[in-house]
Design a protein around this ligand. Structure first.
Ligand SMILES: [Zn+2]
Length: 91
């Protein structure tokens, strides 16, 4: 099944899938994140439920670090069912 809105899910190595996740969004060379997003799994897909802007977005490629909301562990890779096999940009 293909959905336009691709579903992403996070799996914490310690707490398992469907944890609450927070994401720090940095840019290359910046000294700290410019935004933090909070994600919850709704309907099997990670959905941003809240976000906090810290700074205006600096120039540069955004880099996201995802952490488990429960154990604060870094989650390296978000699993996405159709992203990996279907890389071409949706834009
Ligand atoms: Zn965890």
């Amino acid at each position: 099944m293909r959905m336009k809105n691709e579903k992403t899910m996070f799996v914490c190595p310690q707490c398992g899938p469907f944890v609450i996740v927070y994401k720090e969004i940095w840019t290359q060379g910046s000294e700290g994140p410019y935004k933090i997003e909070f994600l919850q799994h709704i309907d099997g897909g990670a959905t941003v439920i809240d976000e906090v802007s810290i700074n205006t977005k600096p120039d540069g490629e955004p880099i996201a670090f995802s952490f488990c909301g429960q154990c604060k562990r870094l989650i390296d890779q978000e699993k996405c069912s159709n992203w990996l096999e279907n890389q071409p940009s949706p834009f």
